[in-house]
Design a protein around this ligand. Structure first.
Ligand code: ZN
Length: 64
């Protein structure tokens, strides 16, 4: 799993912390993935700064 950035986010629905892995080869990413705890769809907005740092924002799916 080398080369991936590990980040902890909090689910916008249930607020549980969970770990996500970011691929730094794609500088801007937007995707939806179900929460590992409550299974609701979380929208991820990722900005990769460097090979080992990125910012991850999470939104609930209805917020846009
Ligand atoms: Zn959740």
């Amino acid at each position: 799993m080398s080369g991936l950035i590990e980040k902890t986010i909090h689910c916008p629905y249930c607020a549980e912390p969970q770990t996500v892995l970011i691929d730094p080869s794609v500088p801007e990413q937007e995707y939806i993935e179900d929460c590992q705890i409550c299974c609701r769809p979380i929208r991820f907005l990722v900005d990769v700064w460097s090979e080992d740092d990125a910012s991850v924002q999470v939104q609930d799916e209805n917020e846009v």
